[in-house]
Design a protein around this ligand. Structure first.
Ligand code: B12
Ligand code: SF4
Length: 435
């Protein structure tokens, strides 16, 4: 689930709203007869919130909400997250089982809405920021005035695992594994937003500004991040993943890493780099985290001109190789990520990517290389301006996404077992779906 859910739940809990997070799939792994409908009835739930963050969830969320409304017609349904924010108006208009959508940051608007619905405080719906709702048959879209500032970010806890049903198992669950004996791990980023705009990204500065009204990135104060990390460690979490690196020149991480060392917090850290990490960052990373830790770097393509065109935080192949050399000298685990089907990508670019991968394989045999298809992400510049980028897709609206998910198209991509032929074929496959 999006980590923001845990922050929101903690915020509600601190404000006296009885809250529980349920991961339906996990419940079904633990008990194949688990029924969300039954559970909600037994617990006398008044309000059910669903995250609709990743567009891949769309059909599943809509179907689950429908099931739930059928069995408990009085329950109120609220949804939020990236995809819900992007299509808020359409969702409220077309999907009558959904009562409310909250766009962008949800802490304060959700608290106000819950208080109003539970009769704890009289609040007019038109006074709740970020809220989209129906009034008779009209869709009302309130302004996105709420954005979590340092005061909220500094206070909410991402370690209040007691709020997650079967949290011990949840923390062992992985995106691609149901093995509940794995080491406990957490995704937690030290802030929100991005300072730059990659054409294909739904969470870029462009998308954040347009759909979440977030013109700037927000860091969680170092001391609050430290408190969360300490609590993770105390609760037996050994692996910390993060994906927030918007201003590589700021010394936030050098300050944070220093504090982690001072407090002697022992963690394995997987850090997703937005840019090419500096030598100082790499040295600090090595000193701070366990030897299993890993730096993930995403040049996306071997073609420098294409990289410059579509991706922010530009670096050359020469710079990439030099920095990987430094990382290899310190024996830090590294993954390098490429994508296929990038906007403007030509066969020549694909060949350049294959060449770069060959060089990487030869010089740095320990590096793990991934090649993934790029998706058309709602909220990205290329999604919103498909004509401008020569993209012909059937995905324009939320309904289109739901329909596409009714007949999923299987594309098998080879990642770890990379072969030149596979990448070429896959790149062409993606082009066929988009062009
Ligand atoms: C960190 C991150 C991840 C982490 C997520 C860790 C986690 N558990 O949260 C990892 C690396 C696992 C990840 C994976 C994926 N990601 Co990602 N990720 C990001 C990133 C970089 C930052 C998100 C973040 O941490 N935000 C800060 C936290 C606090 O916010 P949050 O969790 O979203 O919660 C806030 C709101 O969304 C909202 N909210 C969330 N849930 C709910 C629920 C309710 C009821 C309400 C009211 C509100 C609400 O309120 C919260 C704050 O108040 C963004 C890009 C960006 N720069 O923002 C992409 C992004 C969100 N990811 C994206 C995608 C597509 C994916 C993947 C599907 C990629 C893939 N093909 O596998 C997977 C899906 C993972 C899964 N569960 O299967 C897209 C989503 C686009 C879209 N509209 O669908 C983004 C925008 C990047 C992109 N490529 O365009 N991702
Ligand atoms: S650096 Fe990462 S988060 Fe920022 S726009 Fe690019 S892909 Fe998105």
């Amino acid at each position: 689930m999006p980590i923001g859910m845990l922050g929101i739940a903690d915020f509600l809990y601190r404000n006296h709203i009885n809250t529980e997070i349920i991961h339906e799939k996990l419940e079904k792994i633990l008990n194949k007869n688990f029924s969300l409908e039954k559970y909600v009835k037994e617990q006398n739930v008044n309000i059910c919130c669903f995250d609709l963050n990743w567009h891949q969830q769309s059909k599943n969320v809509i179907d689950t909400v429908k099931r739930l409304k059928k069995s408990s017609s009085n329950i109120k349904i609220i949804i939020g997250g990236f995809t819900a924010s992007r299509f808020a108006k359409e969702i409220v208009k077309k999907f009558k089982d959904i009562d409310y959508v909250i766009k962008g940051d949800a802490e304060l608007p959700l608290l106000m809405l819950c208080k109003s619905m539970l009769g704890m405080k009289k609040i007019n719906l038109n006074k709740i920021p970020n809220l989209v709702y129906r009034n008779d048959n009209h869709v009302i879209e309130n302004k996105i005035r709420h954005q979590a500032g340092t005061n909220i970010l500094g206070k909410i806890s991402y370690a209040n695992f007691g709020l997650i049903k079967n949290s011990d198992s949840y923390l062992r669950l992985r995106k691609d594994s149901e093995d509940l004996k794995k080491e406990k791990c957490i995704y937690f980023s030290a802030g929100r937003g991005c300072s730059e705009t990659c054409l294909f990204c739904g969470g870029s500065r462009y998308g954040q500004q347009k759909y979440n009204n977030r013109p700037l990135v927000k860091f969680i104060p170092v001391n609050s991040t430290i408190k969360s990390l300490q609590k993770f460690s105390e609760q037996g979490i050994k692996i910390w993943n993060s994906c927030f690196d918007p201003n590589p020149n700021l010394n936030y991480y050098s300050h944070l890493f220093k504090k982690i060392r001072e407090k002697n917090i022992k963690l394995t850290h997987y850090f997703d780099c937005f840019s090419l990490p500096s030598e100082k960052f790499i040295d600090d990373f090595k000193k701070t985290f366990t030897n299993d830790s890993c730096l993930n770097i995403s040049p996306e393509t071997g073609s420098e001109s294409l990289r410059k065109h579509i991706r922010s935080f530009f670096y050359t192949n020469e710079e990439l190789l030099l920095r990987l050399g430094h990382i290899a000298k310190l024996d830090i685990r590294t993954s390098v990520y490429f994508s296929t089907g990038l906007p403007f990508e030509t066969k020549k670019d694909v060949k350049t990517t294959i060449n770069l991968i060959k060089i990487l394989r030869k010089r740095f045999p320990k590096i793990i290389i991934y090649v993934n298809p790029i998706d058309l992400e709602p909220g990205s510049i290329i999604f919103d301006h498909q004509n401008r980028f020569g993209i012909k897709s059937s995905l324009k609206s939320f309904e289109d996404i739901i329909n596409a998910q009714k007949q999923p198209r299987e594309i098998n991509f080879s990642t770890k077992s990379f072969s030149g032929k596979t990448i070429l074929k896959n790149a062409m496959d993606m082009r066929l779906t988009r062009d």
